[in-house]
Design a protein around this ligand. Structure first.
Ligand code: NAD
Ligand code: TDX
Length: 351
């Protein structure tokens, strides 16, 4: 039985990954370490609450004692490090926590894996540390071209700078100590359980409640969208078969300008909820500082080496996602109460 130490497994992608893996494999065990920040939500994991293959531990990835105790208690085979501060706008307001968690936390995870897996001059067989990273570390594209794994790192936001820095430590642990690592760099994810500070769930929630839809700048920034389950599949494949020390970009050539996404959500909600939901809700607001213009992933390496291809087209994925948020009103109400309201007011009242 393989044991996974998944960090950040109560967040958006992490919880989708835990559910995906427990559904796909019988013979695995997942130790899920999460600090439960504002973005962590155990409600996402309700369906596996009583599953003995899922062990939840509330802890901080920066905590040496807590993390090394887990390596001691469970014979961890694979680490998947999702835990991070993940929102660009928050990083612009408060960069320090991004350094602490995304850089310091990653180095702590690497050190703990290195210590626990040491054997003789090298490491025990069959171990893997996988760092979940982002296409944002490559910076911004012009109108043409794609990010490949050899595109130089050129992050612009405090968030992407922290993720790029973490990636460099991951590679340093491979190059210096020979730690068996991989990095995945994925494009924008969407799907169930995404916190409504991010574009798609924020727009669905605002449109449903007839609140203004805040579009940054001219709305023509382009993101490359991937359905979260396709990302989970890619991570599983890389963890199993990725060549040590390699980076794999993950994306499905689904580039869309932000305004296209917003209009798509409006028309879907007009059909499903109320025909009065229309484009008059769109409010162009002050642009994000340092706003990257375009992201676009070249996924050739993961396709050719590991046979990964996405299964969900954007057209299907966005409909499924909208349906999920409309069917899970209580989930949305719970995550948008309390502290979320303060965040929302602070973010958007002067824009
Ligand atoms: P998220 O914000 O939804 O979840 C992050 C999780 O990490 C939360 O459960 C939170 O409680 C936990 N966490 C935060 N700080 C922690 C700490 N110090 N110790 C332990 N747990 C902590 O993020 P997400 O969107 O699910 O992203 C997961 C990972 O994937 C991140 O590393 C992110 O950089 C990367 N990524 C995200 C996207 C995307 O579109 N969302 C795309 C590419 C890569
Ligand atoms: O209210 C909004 N209005 C708006 O126009 C919000 C929240 C966003 N936007 C724009 C900014 C971006 O161009 O939409 C685009 C997407 O924004 P986010 O959902 O904040 O995502 P992004 O900044 O692209 O980063 C996401 O993808 C890469 C994740 O948050 C990162 O964790 C991941 O690494």
């Amino acid at each position: 039985m393989k044991t996974y130490l998944v960090t950040g497994g109560a967040g958006f992608i992490g919880s989708n990954f835990v559910l995906y893996m427990l559904k796909k494999y019988d013979d695995i065990r997942i130790v899920n370490l999460d600090k439960l920040t504002y973005a962590g939500n155990l409600e996402n994991l309700k369906s596996v609450e009583k599953d003995p293959r899922h062990i939840f531990v509330q802890a901080d990835i920066c905590d040496r004692q807590a993390v090394s105790a887990l390596f001691e208690q469970y014979d961890v085979d694979v680490v998947i490090n999702f835990a991070a501060e993940s929102h660009v706008d928050r990083s612009i307001k408060n960069p320090e926590i991004f350094v602490e968690t995304n850089v310091g936390g990653t180095v702590n995870m690497l050190q703990c894996a290195k210590n626990a897996w040491a054997e003789g001059e090298g490491f025990k067989a069959g171990k893997k540390y996988l760092q979940v990273s982002t296409d944002e570390v490559y910076g911004s594209l012009g109108e043409t071209g794609y990010f490949t794994e050899s595109t130089p790192l050129c992050p612009h936001s405090p968030y992407s700078a922290s993720k790029a820095s973490a990636d460099m430590f991951v590679m340093a642990f491979h190059d210096t100590y020979g730690l068996p690592v991989n990095i995945t760099r994925c494009s924008n994810n969407y799907g169930p359980y995404q916190f409504p500070e991010k574009l798609i769930p924020l727009m669905i929630n605002n449109a449903k409640t007839r609140k203004p839809l805040p579009v940054y700048g001219d709305g023509m920034n382009v993101r490359d969208w991937l359905y979260v389950e396709d990302h989970c599949k890619a991570i599983d494949m890389v963890a199993q078969a990725g060549r040590d020390g390699e980076v794999y970009n993950v994306g499905g050539h689904n580039e869309r300008p932000n305004i296209f996404i917003v209009k798509k959500i409006i028309s879907a909600l007009a059909d499903r909820v109320d025909p009065a939901i229309d484009e008059t809700l769109i409010k162009y607001v002050e642009d994000r500082k340092g706003h990257d213009r375009r992201y676009g992933i070249d996924p050739q390496k993961i396709r050719d080496e590991l046979g990964w291809t996405p299964e969900t087209t954007f057209e299907v994925g966005i409909e499924k996602t909208i349906d999920w948020y409309l069917a899970n009103v209580e989930w949305m109400e719970r995550v948008t109460s309390g502290a979320y309201m303060d965040y929302y007011r602070e973010m958007y009242q002067n824009r």
